[in-house]
Design a binder for this molecule. Structure first.
Ligand code: SAH
Length: 398
């Protein structure tokens, strides 16, 4: 079944021996055959030992994403459909303990041993997002496997055009199986109802923040809360549930704020508790500073400011800017929930940036909690890149 053989340069097999699933072009010495986008190839060390099989891409920086390592299965007779089926079955069953919500990530790509495959479940509706050439080649088969599972009623595909361009994937008709989805899907997360537009950002919702949104409830009773980058109100509605006195929420995307308003209604929260502002957070925080407004709890959950390492310097300045302003807007004893979902910036650098921001704001602050992505976004030990969401709960000292 493999269409070609790839031989690595001497010494470049080390990550594979530790089950790391990516091979960059610089590690490749020779390609025997002419693999096309998504073809399965065999990977050999410089000494011609078979290391594994993976899916090939001509365009991506990541040339091969490993599916199997040589210590796992005999490659020669590998039945690809059975492998896909088994992996999907495993990833679905590994989520069955989740009872706090009917919306969660069913498959987290590399971390669930299905490189480039994201599957989110919204109340029996699966939304699949393809992020690599290999996955593009398997998506119909994956969709068929999903629709035959009793917990799934429909399968829809959503596109991240930017990622598809990086991988050289064409923008073409999306897959859809099962009843057509004509309106927003309603889900329930920790007793709060949310409407999901699967054509919105991500696959429609930021499922990775579920556990952190829940955590927020501990800190907000009778507090004035500011939720920056609020999207459809994930943190804001949890603040309301936790008894916040007032909730001010800021986002630049009007469509997301429209859904937020609907979410307030369907949960019967008091409209007066909320102030929703459509604005650029960077300038809105300055406006609050100039107005001398103060808050007890602030959430900063910006979009990915550093998708890769080359964006780090610029992103670091932006993270510092908003964290510094947030520290200044907090009352003594105030709490900051601050996040970075940038793959290009690691946790220790993010902590340094937040520390610099506190120093320049002239406040003493403690870390009283660390946060990561929810458990349905696992991090494979052999693939630490899978950890992208980093967060700290900081408390300003009186
Ligand atoms: N906290 C949210 C997810 C936030 S995602 C939740 O739990 O659901 C990041 C959000 O930032 C998106 O909604 C996006 O529209 C918004 N955004 C991006 N750049 C922005 C900017 N400069 N100012 C305000 N909002 C911005």
């Amino acid at each position: 079944m493999p269409k070609a053989q790839v031989i690595l340069k001497k010494g470049r097999e080390r990550p594979l021996l530790r089950n790391h699933p990516w091979i960059y072009s610089g590690a490749i010495a020779e390609i025997v055959g002419e693999p096309q986008c998504g073809d399965i190839v065999e990977v050999f060390s410089s000494k011609k030992d078979l290391l594994g099989i993976g899916a090939y891409s001509q365009i991506s920086q990541i040339k091969i994403r490993l599916l199997n390592f040589s210590n796992k299965l005999p490659h020669k007779n590998i039945n690809f459909s059975t492998l896909l089926e088994k992996r999907i079955e495993k990833t679905i069953s590994s989520r069955q303990h989740i009872t706090s919500t009917n919306a969660y990530r069913l498959c987290h790509a590399e971390s669930d041993q299905l490189p480039g495959v994201i599957i989110d479940l919204y109340n029996k509706n699966a939304v699949i997002q393809i992020l690599s050439c290999g996955a593009e080649a398997w998506k119909e088969e994956i969709s068929q496997i999903l629709i035959s599972n009793p917990i799934i009623e429909s399968v829809s595909e959503c596109f991240d055009s930017e990622m598809r361009n990086l991988e050289g994937l064409p923008i073409r008709e999306r897959i859809h199986l099962g009843p057509k989805i004509t309106s927003k899907i309603e889900i329930e997360e920790n007793d709060i109802r949310f409407l999901i537009d699967i054509n919105g950002q991500k696959t429609g919702f930021y499922l990775d923040q579920r556990e952190n949104r829940f955590k927020l409830r501990e800190y907000v009773n009778k507090m004035d809360v500011l939720d920056c980058f609020c999207y459809s109100g994930g943190f804001s509605l949890n603040a309301a549930f936790g008894g916040a006195k007032s909730i001010t929420s800021v986002d630049s995307a009007n469509e997301a704020l429209e859904i937020f308003r609907e979410n307030i209604q369907i949960n019967n929260f008091l409209q007066e508790t909320f102030e929703i502002i459509q604005a650029d957070v960077f300038s809105q925080l300055r406006t609050f500073r100039d107005q001398d407004r103060k808050f007890d709890v602030i959430i900063l959950d910006p979009p990915k400011l550093a998708p890769t390492r080359k964006h780090v310097d610029k992103a670091a300045r932006a993270y510092k800017d908003i964290n510094l302003l947030a520290f200044k807007l907090l009352r003594p004893g105030g709490i900051l929930f601050t996040f970075s979902c940038s793959g290009g910036l690691d946790r220790s650098l993010f902590q340094k940036i937040v520390a610099d921001a506190a120093l320049d704001a002239g406040v003493d602050a403690q870390i009283i909690g660390t946060m990561s992505q929810s458990s349905d976004h696992p991090i494979l030990l052999s693939f630490p890149e899978g950890e992208y969401l980093k967060g700290f709960i900081c408390r300003i000292q009186d």
